[in-house]
Design a protein around this ligand. Sequence first.
Ligand code: ZN
Length: 151
Amino acid sequence: VADHQDCPLCRDLGGAVLFDDGRLRVVRVLPADDIDAARFPGFCRVIWNAHVKEMTDLAHGDRVHLMDVVFRVEAALRDTLNPVKINLASLGNMTPHVHWHVIPRYAADPAYPKPIWAVPAVPQLGTLQRDMSQENDMLAWSRAVTAALQR
Ligand SMILES: [Zn+2]
């Protein structure tokens, strides 16, 4: 129980929820939650709702379901954003609660070709630079991810 009380993914949603089926949720990472979000358009997380530390703590059917959702999010982001690469990452050193980062990468993004965590965060620069066309793009991919999961 002590784990849960200190866990950000038990305490908070971890972003704007695009999909939730009870077992897991898919969120759009918000600048307020993670400073990198504004610099990496399309950054989503697939978060197991229960506090579970490792993939091998999940039952087989739950693992299969989780990865199926990760791949559906990946496909929706590829279709709508056409990134150079998708990064799938599950680290959990800071937050030992099963979650996958799904991160579209672009040749012009601030860290490419390194992992997004390889560059220091720039305070809210991306937020200041955001304009209406980017807002519209964001809505398009967010809706595509939700639609892909409801099929
Ligand atoms: Zn947790």
